[in-house]
Design a binder for this molecule. Structure first.
Ligand SMILES: [Zn+2]
Length: 73
């Protein structure tokens, strides 16, 4: 990809929606209890999250929930 990127006229970055608030999800949060450094898995082990929910859940805080929403990332 790095070879063709300088030749592109435009770049479109796609993002999933946060599993908690629907904002653009720029991070993948491991939701499985597996603590190994590398864990291969899909939706059963990872969830797309926005920056706010990634920070909250990585520090062990409970997510705010959909009612408060996110301003986006
Ligand atoms: Zn979120």
């Amino acid at each position: 990809m790095l070879d063709v990127l300088p030749l592109a006229d435009s770049v479109t970055k796609l993002a999933a929606r946060c599993a908690y608030c629907g904002a653009p999800a720029l991070f993948s949060l491991r939701i499985a209890a597996d603590v190994r450094q590398e864990v291969v898995g899909g939706a059963d082990k990872y969830a797309p999250v926005c920056r706010r929910h990634y920070a909250q859940l990585e520090t062990g805080l409970r997510p705010a929930g959909p009612a408060q929403g996110c301003a986006g990332a």
